[in-house]
Design a protein around this ligand. Structure first.
Ligand code: AMP
Length: 285
């Protein structure tokens, strides 16, 4: 179903729209994005359209969650194409507030999830998750969704948002959806456009590393050091790459594991490929 979405650009109008939809008995679904939409985003739109009566897609490149100005300045922006893609998925509303609408003069409130944001990406991107939880709570407050969908691709982000929703009694369903990959296994990401053809090949080491760990797990390995060593070796053998972290954590609490025994375990990693930082993760058991 293709329809031109209504574009709403400030929180007040968004709340008004959602209040009316809710009063009319509609289930409101939200997919938060930073635009530059790809198949990974579209899978979230499709799922949310199927599970709600009103699909809202937010497009907001959130300055609060970028810890490098150059990353923010160079973030891909493809507004016209994004709108078309949203239309193609039956989106009712594209919520695209300006920076001034989200963070007017005097803004000073931050939402912070304490422990789960300390490790993994949080250790390397100071302030990043506070920026994420703050903007996501603001989006929730404006859109008032019954359901919000996020990708497993940003695994720590998904678990942090689930924690926030539970801790703050947000009363909405936070759904995680599987990572959508290119045919050769690379996780789709808006930042992949920055990879040169050579780097695009090198980037496959993340997928290889994850698969190596999973096949060892299937063969019976349960000790974290051996699994980490195997994944790291796969990446280290690829020229032009630099490991930021590779870890195995409990899939809900994100606490590091010494052994997989008794846990649902997830391997999570961040790797620099040339000047581009890529993240990926996989369930091991
Ligand atoms: P972003 O626009 O990068 O902030 O991502 C918006 C949402 O899309 C987040 O919930 C991401 O986890 C999700 N997402 C990004 N890439 C993928 C992917 N390859 N597969 C599934 N979801 C994704």
């Amino acid at each position: 179903m293709s329809q031109t979405p209504l574009v709403i650009t400030n929180p007040q109008d968004m709340r008004q729209y959602s209040a009316a939809a809710r009063a009319a008995g509609q289930r409101v679904g939200l997919v938060p994005t930073m635009g530059a939409l790809h198949q990974g985003h579209l899978s979230l739109l499709e799922y949310t359209a199927q599970h709600s009566g009103r699909l809202v897609v937010s497009i907001f490149v959130n300055p609060l969650q970028f810890n490098q100005q150059s990353d923010l300045d160079n973030y891909p922006r493809t507004w016209e194409r994004d709108l078309e893609l949203c239309a193609g998925q039956g989106t009712h509303v594209v919520y695209a507030p300006g920076v001034g609408d989200m963070y007017p003069q005097g803004f000073q409130t931050t939402v912070s999830v304490a422990q789960m944001t300390q490790g993994l990406c949080g250790a390397y991107r100071p302030g990043h998750f506070d920026g994420v939880t703050t903007v996501v709570l603001k989006l929730f407050n404006a859109v008032m969704p019954h359901l919000a969908a996020f990708g497993d691709k940003d695994y720590q982000q998904l678990q942090v948002i689930k924690r926030m929703a539970a801790d703050l009694d947000l009363g909405l369903e936070v759904v995680g959806r599987p990572t959508v990959r290119e045919s050769d296994g690379l996780a789709m990401s808006s930042r992949n456009v920055r990879l040169s053809p050579a780097e695009r090949q090198q980037a496959l080491c993340l997928w290889r590393g994850l698969n190596r760990a999973r096949s060892l797990t299937r063969a019976g390995e349960t000790q974290t050091p051996a699994l980490l060593e195997a994944a790291r070796a796969e990446i280290a053998a690829t020229p032009g790459t630099k490991i930021e972290y590779v870890e195995i954590v409990d899939s809900t609490t994100l606490e590091p594991l010494a052994s997989l025994d008794g846990h649902r375990a997830r391997m999570v990693m961040a790797v620099w490929v040339g000047g581009t930082r890529l993240i990926d993760n996989m369930a091991l058991n």
